[in-house]
Design a protein around this ligand. Structure first.
Ligand code: ZN
Length: 291
């Protein structure tokens, strides 16, 4: 343990400052993690028979996702929905509706199992089953990936590269996209997340993890301040929202107000993960990074 040579855990250099399209100053990347019941199974396999525990996730197909799709249409916002394979197979109509509204669907594992180093076999099956469900049910080969419970490793990045994943949105170490560096060459583009925009932190309370919820003023205050400073810095505000959290009435209103707030500015590029990754690839070829 003590004999290990200290080194930065991430060998990729800091993100280049490529210009945003259309003279935009910053980016808002609305991302939803559609875990449905799988997040509860991923936490504890025995939950599969605990039907009230499962019903937290079941809220997404019944109420959360349909409400959020209407909200996004009203604000004319296209988002990326990271969906587990289990969810796609259990709720195909919900996932087809997401596609029909013109949103991007992306990979979020199969059973929402956190990718753990040392458990390579499980990791490969989790990733491959996710791809399989997405292709079989939706006919989609996803370009984007967000790790269930937000963990990653060199082995996972290599696996995603081998499977044709263009971008990941899981890491927390930058404010703009960058490209991962793997032992054998380049890896996927990373669109780092802003953990302050993970609604689970503010809006989920349940019987085995009960705690007070955060109210509208607290959450909006955090989100506005994060967004305003990111706008000054010219970075990407990546949101991690869950329809079983943000699809609840009070939290839905917070998202509604936040999108209204962002829409006041005309210099914000609202983009899906795929659009951001495609722009990054164009810039890698053609752009000079600004100082
Ligand atoms: Zn998730």
């Amino acid at each position: 343990m003590f004999d290990r040579e200290p080194h930065p855990a991430n060998p990729a250099p800091p993100a280049p400052s490529f210009p945003w399209p259309g003279g935009a100053r910053c980016v808002l990347f609305p991302g939803f993690d559609v875990d449905a019941e799988s997040v509860w199974i991923g936490m504890d396999q025995r939950n599969v028979d605990r039907l009230v525990t499962m019903s937290y996730g079941g809220y997404e197909a019944r109420v959360g996702v349909p409400k959020i799709l209407k909200l996004l249409a009203r604000h004319e916002v296209k988002a990326t929905f990271f969906i587990t394979g289990w969810t796609i197979m259990a709720h195909p109509a919900m996932c087809e509706a997401i596609l029909a509204h013109g949103h991007e669907v992306a990979h979020h594992g199969y059973l929402h199992l956190r990718p753990e180093p040392g458990q390579e076999d499980v990791m490969v099956e989790e990733v491959d089953r996710g791809f399989d469900a997405m292709m079989r049910v939706l006919g989609v080969k996803p370009k984007g990936y967000r790790a269930p419970s937000g963990e990653s490793s060199t082995g996972l990045l290599q696996l995603l590269t081998d499977r044709g994943i263009q971008y990941s949105s899981s890491w927390r170490d930058d404010i703009r996209p960058y490209r991962h560096v793997l032992p054998n060459g380049p890896g996927p583009i990373e669109i780092p997340v802003n953990y302050s925009f993970d609604d689970w932190n503010f809006g989920m309370t349940h019987r085995s993890g009960s705690r007070a919820l955060f109210g509208r003023e607290e959450v909006l205050s955090i989100w506005r301040d994060e967004f305003d400073q990111m706008r000054e810095w010219g970075g990407v505000t990546t949101m991690i929202m869950h329809p079983q959290v943000t699809g609840r009435p009070m939290r839905y209103r917070i998202l509604d107000e936040f999108l209204t707030y962002v829409r006041r500015y005309d210099d914000v590029w609202l983009a899906t993960g795929q659009e951001i990754a495609a722009h990054y690839e164009r810039c890698e070829r053609d752009c000079q990074a600004a100082e």
